[in-house]
Design a protein around this ligand. Structure first.
Ligand code: FMN
Length: 375
């Protein structure tokens, strides 16, 4: 049992909300002790293995194709720590134009028997201006791309044209600080619903964001983060028509990639008792129960996109093998969140080593060769 395995029972005695706050606070202190963190989480890779793990995606160089998903570091407070645990990039946010406190606590819940979380954090964050200042003033880890995930300010009163202006403002403020920008159109935890995930609204949003990007003369790649499909049918398939329409219109508007997937609103395939789920209430489901559908979605997207846009695979990657599997299904990069809660930060290094072993076994020279090899 690693250090995290020993600490986990203690950490899990606190509520999921408290544990997350503690982790960010510890993270802020811990990142000044970089060499110690690195010593606890060594990548243990030789020069040749490192070279095979590195890849060029979205016009950016990634040393390791593993990063942290949005929500883990909403305010860009622990970027160096994410690098020190072995990640090759991070996606901070979601950042909105206006600061928001998020929903009242409790708002995050563990489902240990399902290795899952339910959260309704409600897009709390310090707001674009403050987070842009923080990132602008930070010493960025070299060779470590920082993705910034932006979203409409969580406020049901900000809708329609005002919602579009608000989203565009977050994009405009964060673009100069981002290596890549992710538009979160798929958060299930908003009072007003997913206001930008239907085709007409997404088209309008993309036209607007791309115009902002052009006005700034920015070449920063823009990605769209999508919801997972509905639970798979008996053949492991899902209706792809809505997804295909969204991908097509996004490609037409110059989107460079997709993040697949966000959390799910349903409670399919859980072994946690219904009474417990009812007591928890609404929120986005993440972790192992969404793995199969996020994987199927990645595979479908890869087949349809044929390399025209990058795929960032996220959702239920909680073992090293799942990371390699997602790459073979078509993900250029993978992201972790719930897996880190259950397996701890050692998951990053283990996944990196497992990817190298997978490349050896399957005769791939590099990560790029493996991407989509089982799509
Ligand atoms: C507590 C929590 C907060 C999250 N906050 C955000 C967010 O602010 N923006 C976003 O795009 N995704 C957010 N997510 C979704 C994750 O980025 C990820 O897409 C999802 O959890 C699936 O990955 P996982 O199964 O590895 O956790 C959040 C997830 C969790 C568990």
């Amino acid at each position: 049992m690693g250090l995290y395995g020993a600490l986990r029972p203690l950490l899990f005695r606190a509520s999921a909300d408290t544990a997350h706050d503690m982790a960010v606070r510890l993270g802020r202190v811990g990142q000044v002790a970089g060499p110690l963190v690195r010593a606890l989480h060594p990548l243990r890779l030789g020069a040749e293995e490192r070279a095979r793990l590195s890849s060029r995606v979205l016009g950016l160089d990634f040393r390791v194709p593993i990063g942290t998903a949005a929500g883990l570091d909403k305010n860009a407070e622990i970027v160096p720590l994410v690098e020190q645990i072995g990640c090759g990039f991070c996606e901070v946010g979601s950042v909105s134009a206006e600061p928001r406190p998020g929903n009242p606590k409790p708002r995050a819940f563990r489902l240990p028997t399902d290795r899952a979380l339910v959260n309704r954090l409600g897009l709390g964050n310090e707001g674009a201006a403050a987070i842009a200042r923080r990132i602008g003033g930070m010493r960025r880890p070299p060779g470590f791309p920082i993705g910034i995930n932006v979203v409409k300010t969580h406020d049901p009163a900000i809708i329609g044209a005002e919602g579009l202006d608000d989203f565009a403002c977050a994009a405009r403020t964060m673009l100069p600080h981002a290596d890549f920008l992710v538009l979160n159109v798929s958060c299930p935890n908003t009072a007003e619903g997913k206001t930008f995930e239907d085709p007409a609204s997404l088209a309008e949003l993309l036209d607007r964001v791309m115009a902002e990007r052009a006005a700034l003369r920015s070449g920063v790649p823009v990605l769209v983060k999508l919801s997972p499909p509905a639970p798979l049918d008996a053949e492991g398939a899902f209706d792809t028509s809505a997804l295909d329409e969204l991908m097509d219109l996004a490609l037409e508007r110059g989107v460079a990639g997709f993040v697949a997937t966000n959390t799910a609103s349903d409670r399919a395939g859980l072994s946690t008792p219904t009474a417990r789920l009812e007591a928890i209430g609404h929120g986005g489901l993440s972790g192992a129960p969404i793995r199969a559908r996020a994987l199927a979605m990645t595979r479908h997207m890869r087949r349809r996109l044929e390399g025209r846009a990058a795929i960032v695979g996220v959702g239920g990657i909680d073992t090293p093998e799942a990371a390699y599997e997602r790459i073979c299904a078509g993900a250029d990069l993978v992201e972790l969140y719930t897996g880190l809660v259950y397996a701890g930060p050692g998951l990053v290094g283990e996944a990196a080593r497992t990817i190298v072993r997978g490349l050896d076994r399957d005769g791939h020279g590099s990560v790029a060769d493996a991407v989509g090899s089982c799509a």
